[in-house]
Ligand binder design. Structure first.
Ligand code: BG6
Ligand code: MG
Length: 213
């Protein structure tokens, strides 16, 4: 029986996947690394350092650890500049309604975000109170597609993984949800989310009654 829903943040609840994408693209162009849509899709949902490593696959230059730290933090500065201006208007249409519907249906809600900026973003969006439990990259060691973050979210809700459903916009996230033993809802383009158990075009189209009826 389904008792909890675990939401991803970037690209599911808020329109921030494009902000991450733009920040990486700016960094790539500054260091002369090619950045196309296939790289963009691969880094979606991947943590900061993992994203940088994917970006640097395209260069022959060897970067030291210090240089990599500096590049990752430069990208984060670009990202933060945008996020600082965010407010509730940057929620995807229907996001608040969807999460509230899950809660009204008697289910618990958690947030599982690979972003260390998740707490700031939740505060800016004004939705921190919609989640019974929040786990972000500050609390976990292994990034998506590892199941760790989803298992931690289920544990935080006091539920078994099999009692939870995960909602993700990235292939890495869908893989992590499945590895955790949960069903996965994909949000967005079918192409990148072929493994999802159910696909919806956006968070507003996610209807909990599809799962509880
Ligand atoms: C994920 C995003 O939620 O967080 C990724 O989908 C991002 O694009 C990752 O790289 C890490 O974010 P941050 O804010 O910790 O650099
Ligand atoms: Mg995402």
């Amino acid at each position: 029986v389904l008792k909890g829903v675990i939401f991803d943040l970037d690209g599911v609840i808020a329109d921030t996947a494009v902000v991450h994408h733009a920040a990486w693209k700016r960094l790539a162009s500054e260091i002369g690394v090619a950045f196309d849509d296939s790289v963009g899709e691969r880094i979606k949902g991947v943590d900061r350092r993992g994203s940088l490593d994917i970006l640097l696959e395209r260069t022959a230059r060897a970067y030291s650890e210090e240089e990599k730290e500096a590049l990752a933090s430069r990208k984060n500065d670009y990202y933060r500049q945008q996020i600082e201006t965010f407010g509730p208007q940057h929620l995807f249409p229907g996001a608040r309604h969807t999460i509230e519907s899950v809660r009204r249906a008697g289910l618990k809600t958690a947030l599982a975000s690979a972003s260390r900026n998740a707490p700031l973003l939740l505060e800016r969006l004004g939705i921190a109170d919609l989640f019974d439990y929040v786990v972000d990259a500050n609390h976990i060691g292994r990034a998506k597609p590892d199941p760790e973050i989803f298992l931690a979210a289920a544990r935080g809700l006091g539920l078994e993984p099999s009692e939870c459903l995960g909602v993700e916009d990235a292939a890495a996230g869908i893989a992590g949800i499945h590895a955790a033993g949960m069903k996965a809802v994909g949000v967005g383009q079918a192409q990148a989310l072929a493994e999802a158990d159910l696909l919806v075009p956006n968070v507003a189209a996610f209807d909990i009654r599809l799962f509880t009826a």
